[in-house]
Design a protein around this ligand. Structure first.
Ligand SMILES: [Zn+2]
Length: 136
């Protein structure tokens, strides 16, 4: 399986982010033609917290664990952007809204694409909440 947005094991965080971002921009520009999801780079899937490991490992037919990432992995990836913050996160989150994402997917990919976008949307929502609690 090839993973879109993989910049290699020795890449700088900004490099990893840029490669992934490019895959995302291509996905966001699609109109009913998308057949692959811009998966998060393997290099950022490093969180070993117990609760996250349990969640990531779940392959019991629920949507949880589909992306194989946790909120800490996503945070790490997004910080490579250099513009991480509450306002920026809110803008990013909108791009993953399941309704918007559904329109980009080809018919056979809609179910998987929307399920994964829903997970990304929720993860970004969690990060927005985390920034909010910082008292911004
Ligand atoms: Zn984690």
């Amino acid at each position: 399986m090839t993973i879109l947005g993989d910049a290699g094991p020795k890449a700088e965080p900004s490099e990893v982010y840029e490669v992934w971002k490019k895959a995302c921009d291509e996905a966001f520009a699609a109109e009913g033609t998308l057949t692959t999801f811009p998966e998060l780079p393997r290099g950022v899937k490093t969180c070993r917290e117990r609760s996250c490991m349990l969640r990531k490992g779940s392959k019991d037919g629920t949507s949880a664990g589909d992306l194989d990432v946790c909120i800490h992995d996503v945070e790490k990836l997004l910080k490579g952007s250099g513009c991480y913050g509450l306002k920026w996160l809110k803008t990013e989150r909108v791009k993953w809204h399941p309704d918007q994402f559904a329109r980009r997917c080809a018919d056979g990919f809609k179910e998987e694409g929307v399920a994964k976008a829903t997970e990304m949307f929720a993860l970004l929502g969690g990060l927005v909440g985390k920034e909010n609690r910082k008292g911004d």
